[in-house]
Design a protein. Structure first.
Ligand code: NAD
Length: 485
């Protein structure tokens, strides 16, 4: 296969690459260079209608296709993703601005893992039975929901897109999906891979377009019975408002403002290395980044000094250069938002310890959207900077005296996605883990992922869980059969 970014991206509907019905396109821009390098369909309800018709036609055959055959096709997709790693990684970096080494090491390998994981997972998915002694036996069928909608964001484009469509397809559903309009390229290239892998026409449909224009039409379509969404809390709220009166199943993976709780007895070197990653990986544009760093008072000054010294060394540069640790942020809109959040932090009385400014590069990236890794201290726990998601290379530091105070600070958030705890005291680690109001807790590590575990958040970070059996249960309807003996 020769996967290349085209001048015009196409929708993938009924097994074929198609232009949008309205003929409209939106620009696709490389944030590292500012170059308008391709066009994305500005699809709307007409394209959604066509995709739903294709999915309906495909559903009877796909939902009854033996799991061994579903496994074979989905596993073939995983193999083709691996075989095209370089082309997909380059497309991801050009769309998103993230360093190419990161796309190669994390984003694309994880996309093939998602397919491989759920391809094999469906072979092991079993159902429950409940025996009523000598009276009756119940068994539970788990049948595909039907046509499902999968909508994903721009920060880990192919990684999060495949995290939804792989379990949906493995469970026997037909899918109408939409990647972010900001980073559509790898999902488009995946269309070619699906055709090559022999995925039957209409089983997966990939539409491109905006949230209000295309995403909202997917959510509102009455034939689409479940919506799996990852993105902002704001969009999640709109989706829930549309889907709830239609009694659709929803899974919402939303924003975060995650605490990184550092106790004085931590393994210093490991904590420092990992905290640098959990603060600034992917320019801080990972929903799991620890954007609020809470540090025990006795080590606060030492931490501050060492953290600033290490963050200062993170090279902001051309994403295609292997030496760049930080690439561009994803779009002009987002760049302006992150800079305005830094300005707000200043107005709120925050002291900028490091960064706080745009970075101007020369040459190929002279018009790119780069921001310095930024560290802020001196802010009140409930100020906007500490309460609202920034989703950029910006962290705040707050000292705490006691475990109780650390917990209070950690839980002073409307979000509850993830938290990281650094301590060598196993009892304290367990106590704090049980009390932090987050769906995902890492102790002495960060972003260590086992795809079988439940993934999702408390509070404004979402509804439902992805991963492992949780994902396969979401994409199936349980039906209990009771037989009197
Ligand atoms: P976004 O909500 O703007 O967009 C996400 C996707 O939803 C895009 O495809 C967009 O086109 C679509 N969309 C937007 N409005 C919609 C609507 N009303 N109806 C249907 N679809 C709509 O989010 P984003 O800016 O692309 O991504 C960043 C956000 O995603 C951050 O808040 C981040 O925390 C969150 N995120 C969460 C997780 C998680 O697992 N919890 C993972 C990654 C990102």
């Amino acid at each position: 296969m020769d996967l290349k970014a085209p001048a015009h991206i196409a929708n993938y509907i009924a097994g074929a690459l198609q232009v949008p019905v309205n003929g409209r396109y939106i620009p696709n821009i490389d944030p590292a260079t500012g170059e308008h390098y391709s066009h994305t369909p500005d699809s709307d309800a007409d394209d959604v209608e066509a995709a739903v018709a294709a999915a309906k036609a495909a559903f009877p055959a796909w939902s009854t296709t033996p799991v061994e055959e579903r496994f074979r096709i989905l596993n073939r997709i995983a193999e083709l993703i691996d075989a095209n790693l370089d082309a997909l990684a380059l497309a991801e970096t050009n769309d998103n601005g993230k360093p190419l080494w990161l796309s190669k090491r994390v984003d694309i390998p994880r996309a093939s893992s998602n397919f491989r994981f759920f391809a094999t997972g469906i072979m092991h998915f079993s159902t429950e039975s409940h025996n009523m002694e000598d009276k009756a036996i119940n068994y539970t069928l788990r049948q595909p929901v039907g046509i499902v909608g999968c909508i994903s964001p721009w920060n880990l484009p192919l990684y999060l897109f495949t995290w939804k469509i792989a379990p949906a397809l493995a469970a026997g559903n037909c899918v109408v999906s939409k990647p972010s309009e900001v980073t559509p390229m790898t999902a488009y290239l995946l269309s070619h891979i699906c055709i090559e892998a022999g995925l039957p026409a209409g089983v997966l449909n990939i539409l491109h377009g905006t949230g209000p224009g295309c995403g909202a039409a997917i959510v509102a379509h009455p034939a689409i019975k479940a919506i799996s969404f990852t993105g902002s809390t704001r969009a999640g709220r709109d989706i829930a408002a549309t889907a709830a009166p239609m009694f659709k199943k929803i899974s919402l993976e939303l924003g975060g403002k995650n605490p990184n709780i550092i106790f004085a007895d931590c393994d210093w070197e490991k904590m420092m290395r990992t905290t640098l990653q959990s603060s600034f990986s992917n320019q801080g544009q990972i929903c799991l980044c620890g954007s609020r760093i809470l540090v025990e008072e006795s080590i606060y000054e030492k931490f501050k000094e060492d953290f600033i010294a290490r963050a200062r060394k993170l090279t902001v540069g051309d994403p295609l250069d292997d030496h760049s640790r930080q690439g561009a942020v994803v779009s002009k809109l987002h760049y302006d938002k992150v800079l305005s959040c830094i300005e707000l932090a200043r107005q709120e009385g925050g002291k900028i310890l490091l960064g706080g400014n745009p970075v101007k590069l020369e040459g190929r990236c002279a018009n790119g959207l780069f921001i310095e890794p930024t560290i802020i201290e001196g802010l009140w726990a409930q100020c906007r900077t500490n309460m609202e998601e920034i989703f950029g290379p910006v962290v705040t530091l707050q000292p705490f005296k006691t475990e109780a105070e650390a917990l209070e600070l950690a839980n002073t958030s409307d979000y509850g996605l993830s938290a990281t705890i650094w301590t060598q005291d196993v009892s304290r680690a367990n106590r704090v883990a049980a009390k932090v109001q987050s769906g995902i807790i890492w102790v002495n590590c960060w972003l260590l992922r086992d795809l079988r575990t439940p993934f999702g958040g408390f509070k404004n970070s979402g509804v439902g869980r992805e991963g492992g059996w949780d994902a396969l249960r979401f994409f199936t309807e349980p039906k209990n059969v009771c037989i009197e003996l």
